[in-house]
Design a protein around this ligand. Structure first.
Ligand code: FE2
Length: 260
């Protein structure tokens, strides 16, 4: 399995506190069956700006080299969407924002209060410019999680969705569990990632969620969202269509409600 979202870089955000914890998290992920992980520190977040790209790259090189006998580590970022995002996105790839593993895929965190630019505009602008927006944990963003019609619309516009492994296993509460199940049922989930922050409560590990998806949705979908799709991101290749994109698009065109 490949984990596209983790806070394993030490001392840069609310993730790993030091290199020892980073390496412990890498071992946990590898023992759980992960072969590769993308370190995605918060970027442009109000508490963790992380504008010094060279600092992040140096830390990543250190972690990558120390963990190479356990699993592969790539560098990316979890980009907080704020009022400056549209201007910054126009300056990609030279504005300090890190795509996932040097690909055209960008992991975006929408504001929990719904502030910032219209997501539809942002997704449109990025798509036109050749970037692929991946929305981080929509099941944990209340105004988004409760609106399946809007999520289907965003997917039809070109957004991909990444949900959290611990949401799917019920470890983050009923709201996140039910929202992630609705998205899975609607076939609009493209990735499951750990969003691991530490070696205690928000640990790495995807296998429990993988088993859950196999039971609820079947092995084909589970393999796509835990193996094939993230592997295509690392290779900077397009994903195989799931069918949800066309279905959502048809519903938008026909002007009917978009319930999955
Ligand atoms: Fe995160």
């Amino acid at each position: 399995m490949i984990d596209l979202h983790s806070h394993i870089l030490p001392t840069v955000d609310d993730g790993a506190r030091d290199l020892d914890e980073t390496l412990a998290m890498c071992s946990m992920a590898a023992e759980d069956g992960c072969t590769a992980m993308v370190a995605t520190p918060h970027l442009r977040h109000e508490n963790w700006w992380n504008g010094d790209r060279r600092r992040l790259e140096k830390l990543w090189e250190q972690v990558r080299d120390r963990a190479k006998d356990r699993l592969e580590i790539f560098l990316g970022g979890e980009i907080a969407v704020n009022s400056q995002s549209c201007q910054e996105m126009e300056l990609l790839p030279d504005c300090g924002l890190l795509p996932l593993a040097g690909s055209r895929y960008l992991l975006l965190e929408l504001d929990v209060r719904g502030l910032g630019p219209d997501p539809e505009d942002l997704i449109h602008e990025l798509s036109v410019a050749g970037w692929v927006p991946v929305l981080a944990h929509p099941e944990r963003i209340p105004w988004l999680a409760g609106d399946l019609s809007y999520l289907l619309h965003l997917v039809a516009q070109g957004a991909l969705l990444q949900i959290t492994a611990m949401s799917l296993t019920g470890d983050l509460g009923r709201f996140a569990l039910e929202a992630s199940q609705r998205m899975l049922d609607a076939k609009i989930v493209h990735f499951v990632a750990s969003d691991a922050h530490d070696s205690t409560f928000r640990r790495p590990g995807l296998s429990k969620a993988y088993q859950r998806v196999v039971i609820d949705q079947g092995e084909e979908l589970a393999r796509a969202i835990f193996f094939t799709n993230p592997s295509n991101v690392l290779a900077n290749q397009p994903l195989h269509p799931t069918g949800a994109e066309g279905r959502a698009s048809d519903a938008v065109t026909a002007g009917r409600p978009l319930h999955g």
